[in-house]
Design a binder for this molecule. Structure first.
Ligand code: URA
Ligand code: SF4
Length: 248
């Protein structure tokens, strides 16, 4: 294993899990290195791919950032407004090539007004670091719903639907090169169908002409150590996809 790879795995907190797997399959004295996934082909769902189109204005909203921020801060379109301390719009570079979309704010996010600042956020930051990214630098982070669901429950379908125009407006303003949906809620919100992450990861999907990759939610990874190695594969895949998109 190259020291580069070890460094990346360490940053992701993957070292021990990865090692266990490798040791389990290697014969004594034999070193086995898990394969890096091949660079993705830029063909979403079998359709010929061209350079990502600029996101077209199909959202019912059409507002600049300041108006969007003020509208979300005052929004009462669903019952999640009732228990929130504040709505959490998103954080980062509004000209980012990378857009990460999670599910919804938790307690710390609700308190601080920034997405992914709790435990899951620490893991997300490590995952970003593993592919040379940093919150706020060419990266924007948002959520499917902007207000905290009480008791950290999953947001209900009608809550996600009520909030979706805000996310879509953010995406149109940012026009990222690549969208990463973290977990099924984000993936379903954006792709508008039932998604099982295990079945849909490692593919290039399409959101209105913008390539989209789905991967596990960091909170899920905190509970499910064995899937961290798959998350590492997904990170390699998204990094390769971005390289390919930039050179397309
Ligand atoms: N989980 C999310 O999906 N979003 C956050 O902002 C924090 C935790
Ligand atoms: Fe409005 Fe979204 Fe908050 Fe619901 S979750 S109140 S739609 S900002």
């Amino acid at each position: 294993m190259s020291s580069d790879r070890e460094q990346v795995l360490r940053e992701m907190g993957l070292g021990p899990v990865w090692k266990l797997r490798v040791e389990a399959v290697a014969a004594p004295g034999e070193e086995r290195v898990a394969a890096t996934p091949a660079a993705p082909e830029l063909v979403p769902d079998g359709v010929a791919w061209s350079a990502p189109a600029i996101v077209t204005a199909t959202s019912p909203l059409s507002m600049p950032w300041e108006e969007l921020a003020a509208t979300v801060a005052a929004c009462r379109q669903c019952r999640l407004c009732e228990a929130r301390k504040q709505a959490v719009l998103g954080v980062g570079d509004v000209n980012a090539d990378w857009l990460f979309v999670g599910e919804g704010p938790g307690a710390e996010e609700d308190e601080r007004g920034e997405p992914f600042v709790g435990q899951a956020g620490k893991l997300l930051d490590s995952m970003l670091a593993a592919i040379g990214l940093k919150r706020g630098e060419d990266v924007y982070i948002a959520n499917a719903v902007k207000c905290r669901p009480p008791e950290n429950r999953k947001p209900a379908d009608e809550e996600v639907a009520a909030c979706r125009p805000y996310l879509e407006q953010q995406m149109e303003l940012i026009r990222p090169k690549l969208i990463v949906a973290l977990g099924a809620t984000a993936a379903q919100t954006l792709l508008q169908r039932e998604i099982r992450i295990g079945a849909e990861r490692g593919k290039l999907h399409d959101w209105r002409g913008v390539p989209l990759i789905v991967t596990y939610h960091p909170s899920y990874l905190l509970r499910t150590l064995q899937d961290k190695a798959k998350a590492w594969e997904d990170l390699c895949y998204m990094r390769a996809a971005m390289q390919a998109l930039r050179s397309a």
